[in-house]
Design a protein around this ligand. Structure first.
Ligand code: AMP
Ligand code: ZN
Length: 142
């Protein structure tokens, strides 16, 4: 299996998972734009949204639940949702994924979306999201 996100779904490559259900898993982006930047991916391999638009319906419950979880647990002031389809759109991993990016009032606006937050401690953020009582649907693998 050569697809990176298929290997993450299979548990062959570790990820900091924050949510999982029958159709999708959500895990922290390894190189976050903002604290809590998370990717929601279908469990089955789908290249992108243009190839299989109905895949979005499958992962919609996971997108909603993960968005709620991130905003609540990280006390975010807002959230961006983005999915890129194709090279021209900047897609780098060709397994459908939706970026969920919690946003905070001290760095507002769309222009600030891609300006990486420096020195994000992924372990600490992960504990903040899934620590204590497990969130509904959460499956911890790392
Ligand atoms: P895209 O440019 O929309 O295809 O986004 C791919 C995203 O995957 C980037 O934001 C990467 O930081 C992220 N990424 C790549 N490898 C991993 C990994 N092993 N675990 C978590 N996120 C990853
Ligand atoms: Zn895949």
């Amino acid at each position: 299996m050569s697809c990176l996100f298929c290997r993450i779904v299979a548990g062959e490559i570790p990820s900091k998972q924050v949510y999982a259900d029958e159709h999708a898993i959500a895990f922290l982006d390894i190189n976050p734009w903002h604290v809590g930047h998370t990717l929601v991916v279908p469990r089955r391999h789908v290249d992108d949204l243009l190839g299989e638009p109905e895949a979005l319906t499958e992962i919609a419950p996971a997108i909603s639940a993960t968005a709620r979880l991130l905003v609540d647990r990280l006390a975010a002031d807002g959230l961006n949702l983005l999915s890129s389809s194709g090279d021209a759109a900047g897609q780098e991993v060709f397994h459908l994924h939706v970026h969920l990016v919690p946003r905070f009032a001290h760095r507002p606006g769309l222009r600030e979306l891609f300006v990486h937050e420096k020195d994000v401690d992924l372990d600490r953020v992960h504990r903040q999201i899934v620590g204590g009582a497990p969130a509904p649907g959460t499956v911890s693998r790392s």
